[in-house]
Design a protein around this ligand. Structure first.
Ligand SMILES: O=C(O)CC1=CCC(=O)O1
Length: 93
């Protein structure tokens, strides 16, 4: 199942710089591991925003929820999920 996910990051302005660097490093490691697993095949920066558009390829809504809620930055994100289905005009496969 494919999902389009938008993540807007809203870090507190008063977050300690070392804590900020540490949580961002953990976020990167977590995201790169999921990319290597094939569950997070695309991640794109939205130009001019601290936000990304990602594509997830997972087995279920529950799996996606587990992965998203495991993001180190989860508590600092607004997340919008759009489930994707094959378009009838798509010529692939
Ligand atoms: O910077 C972001 O868009 C938040 C984020 C998600 C995965 C990652 O590495 O950073």
């Amino acid at each position: 199942m494919l999902f389009h996910v938008r993540m807007d990051v809203r870090l507190p302005h008063d977050l300690d710089p070392d804590a900020k660097a540490e949580i961002i490093a953990r976020e990167k490691a977590y995201a790169q591991e999921l990319q290597r697993s094939g569950k997070w095949p695309q991640i794109w920066r939205i130009v001019g925003e601290y936000a990304n558009i990602s594509i997830f390829d997972v087995e279920s809504n529950d799996e996606l929820h587990t992965l998203l809620s495991g993001l180190p930055l989860f508590q600092y994100m607004d997340i919008e999920v759009t489930p994707l289905a094959k378009h009838p005009s798509d010529i692939k496969d």
